[in-house]
Design a protein around this ligand. Structure first.
Ligand code: SF4
Length: 250
């Protein structure tokens, strides 16, 4: 049941909860997953795309909207027959093809550099063999590619290989800080390390998609819809910032 913001006046109980140990955060993450699943429905069925496709798609998604990065990827796939053709093409042609995704020059160079790096030892433009490794080994290989950070690595391992690893995107970073799962001042790299410490086993996929949905539909960067939020009872931001603001005199 949602509560109209104009009528809702929360009481200030001795709160907020401080989630300090990894066990407390793990329990909290499990409750969050259940609440998000109940509110937004179960996550879509898993499909396993080719690791190289996921890697390129994630590079294209940097600093742009989902819609534009999707369009850039579709254009790339339509324009070139395969990744070998992308590698053989002039960088300017790749850049023109993915322009709709923004930062085309940087992304075109990065994609080409990664393709030639893969080509060198394998003579075969595929990363399918990554999925036969364990998560640590596969992450180590991906770390060797220029411009590939922790989020991209985990997207490849989660979405292409079905591994239980957790990428922290911009929505998850914001929502995790507000909930009190990670400190306000944590960097994105630290946020990944912390999530690794308390991620409940088997819930990476569902939590990742659920928190992104929550960031898109409710916990906006500006003016989050706190009174309508299914996580408000657990949320540090809600109890420290939103509720205080709502109950302050005048
Ligand atoms: S209560 Fe507000 S800040 Fe907390 S998760 Fe919900 S929308 Fe975000």
């Amino acid at each position: 049941m949602s509560i109209a913001p104009e009528t809702y006046r929360p009481s200030l109980k001795p709160y907020p909860p401080v989630y300090s140990s990894a066990n407390e955060k793990r329990r909290l993450a499990r409750r969050i997953e259940r609440l998000l699943r109940k509110h937004y429905g179960p996550p879509p069925r898993r499909t396993h795309d080719a690791p190289l496709d996921v890697l390129v798609r994630t590079i294209l998604s940097q600093n742009t909207s989902d819609r534009n990065s999707h369009r850039a990827f579709e254009r790339l796939k339509a324009r070139f027959t395969d990744w070998t053709a992308v590698l053989s093409a002039p960088t300017r042609q790749i850049e023109a093809t993915i322009r709709v995704g923004g930062l085309a020059k940087t992304k075109a160079r990065r994609i080409k550099a990664i393709l030639s790096q893969i080509r060198r030892p394998c003579d075969n433009l595929s990363l399918d063999w990554l999925c036969a490794m364990n998560a640590q080994e596969a992450a180590k290989v991906l770390t060797g590619f220029k411009g590939v950070g922790p989020k991209t690595i985990r997207c490849v391992l989660l979405f292409a290989c079905g591994m239980d690893v957790f990428p922290v995107d911009t929505h998850i970073f914001r929502v995790s800080r507000r909930l009190g799962l990670i400190p306000e001042r944590a960097t994105v790299k630290r946020a990944h390390e912390l999530w690794d410490e308390f991620l409940p086993q088997g819930l990476a996929y569902s939590l990742h998609l659920g928190l992104i949905e929550h960031g898109r539909q409710t916990c906006f960067a500006r003016r989050p819809r706190c009174p309508h939020c299914c996580l408000r009872g657990l949320c540090r931001y809600y109890h420290t910032t939103f509720a205080r603001y709502m109950t302050s005199p005048g």
